[in-house]
Design a binder for this molecule. Structure first.
Ligand SMILES: C[S@@+](CC[C@H](N)C(=O)[O-])C[C@H]1O[C@@H](n2cnc3c(N)ncnc32)[C@H](O)[C@@H]1O
Length: 368
């Protein structure tokens, strides 16, 4: 890598790297060197911070910019029509995923969601430019990432494509890392990874590490840490399920669980698997969650506030959440890494502890 930066910035980067190691996120010396020697600020020349509901841009001219860039924080790097559409992910989450990928020398790696190009730069540092093909849906981001990678001396293949349709390169991959969120894994991507290859992908609020079997089945478990990625989208979209507005004639009943129960980290993950692809919004009063709204593309809608739940549509979303909470508690609040997933071209199924140990049938785990 040809890039050199000021000693003060190097010191901040070294501190961040060491903290990631001290906090138990970073173990592998090769990834340690990659983080310590890759200038994140080149890939994040500005970020957007939300203040009082408005987005403000922070650049190298602003106080706190370098401290933020060299902290364990996700930074929003693109906002479109008021909605965040790209970010540099949280470094501790990134290194957890990179280490889980189990990269070996000589591996060909595919990355879905180039974003800023920072994760791509880490992989080029670890494995060499020739090893990496990275794909981003947003042509403007592809252009910026390519230029920044170039600036630090890396020249991987950077392509613009919607990866939901499959990986846009013929080269068989040994490893695939995905850094945008999915509820249903797009199986077309698996066709580019060789038998025995590894895929690390955010599914719901977790990260699955899956191996490709001889018959093409993906089998894997969730990593221990949480995962909060922007949803996969098309070039101009946000990936969010649009809010349909409050429907007429909802049913009402007393809520059994409170919206604050969704704050239980383990249940937040289970909740994300159970409800699948939905939109959600929390209501806060004086820093406390007081309401929760959920909606789905099939017209299902639920709103919980002041102990009452209002619901309509083909699925009673809050009923599903409450049954899942009961299941979660009655199974001793299992942690993320006890969950796994099996994916075939026909769909995906989550399980607890062992493959085949299916979760309650209403979990939308099987998809056409
Ligand atoms: C969290 S950012 C990725 C972070 C990136 N790995 C980095 O190091 O900066 C998510 C990115 O996914 C991209 N993305 C969303 N949907 C996509 C799709 N269908 N195909 C490819 N990229 C997609 C977004 O445009 C966004 O840049």
């Amino acid at each position: 890598m040809s890039y050199a930066d000021p000693p003060a910035v190097q010191a901040l980067r070294q501190d961040m790297t060491q903290r990631l190691a001290d906090d138990g996120h970073l173990h592998d010396p090769a990834w340690y060197r990659a983080v310590a020697e890759t200038p994140r600020h080149v890939f994040v020349p500005l970020f957007h911070r939300q203040m009082d509901g408005e987005w403000a841009v922070v650049t190298a001219d602003d106080d706190g910019y370098f401290d933020a860039v060299y902290s364990d924080r996700a930074l929003t790097t693109q906002v479109s029509d008021g909605v965040a559409t790209s970010s540099s992910s949280q470094p501790s989450l990134m290194v957890q995923m990179l280490e889980a990928l189990g990269v070996e020398d000589g591996d060909t790696i595919g990355e879905v969601a180039t974003g800023t190009g920072y994760n791509a730069a880490l992989m080029c540092h670890r494995s060499g430019d020739k090893s990496l093909i990275t794909v981003e849906v947003d042509a403007n981001l592809t252009r910026l990432a390519r230029a920044r990678l170039d600036e630090v001396g890396h020249h991987p293949t950077v392509l613009t494509a919607d990866a939901r349709a499959g990986f846009p390169a013929d080269t068989p991959l040994d490893r695939m890392i995905i850094t945008c969120g999915f509820d249903a894994f797009p199986y077309a991507l698996a066709r580019s990874v060789r038998t025995g290859g590894v895929i690390v992908c955010p599914l719901g609020w977790g990260n699955a590490r899956m191996t490709v079997g001889e018959d093409g089945t993906l089998l894997g478990r969730f990593l221990a840490g949480g995962s909060y990625f922007m949803k996969a989208r098309d070039e101009n979209g946000t990936g969010d399920v649009p809010y349909p507005g409050a429907p007429g004639n909802p049913t009402h009943r007393n809520a059994v669980i409170d919206p604050r129960d969704l704050g239980h980290d383990g249940f937040r993950f289970v909740h994300s698997l159970v409800v699948g692809e939905i939109g959600e919004a929390r209501e806060m009063t004086d820093g406390t969650v007081t309401g929760h709204r959920m909606w789905a593309g099939d017209g299902s809608w639920a709103y919980v506030q002041h102990g009452t739940v209002h619901q309509s549509g083909p699925r009673r979303l809050w009923d599903i959440v409450e049954r899942a909470y009961e299941w979660f508690e009655s199974h001793g609040c299992p942690s993320r890494e006890r969950f796994g997933v099996t994916i075939t071209p026909e769909g995906q199924a989550y399980w607890l502890d062992e493959p085949g140990q299916d979760l309650p049938q209403e979990w939308p785990s099987r998809r056409p």
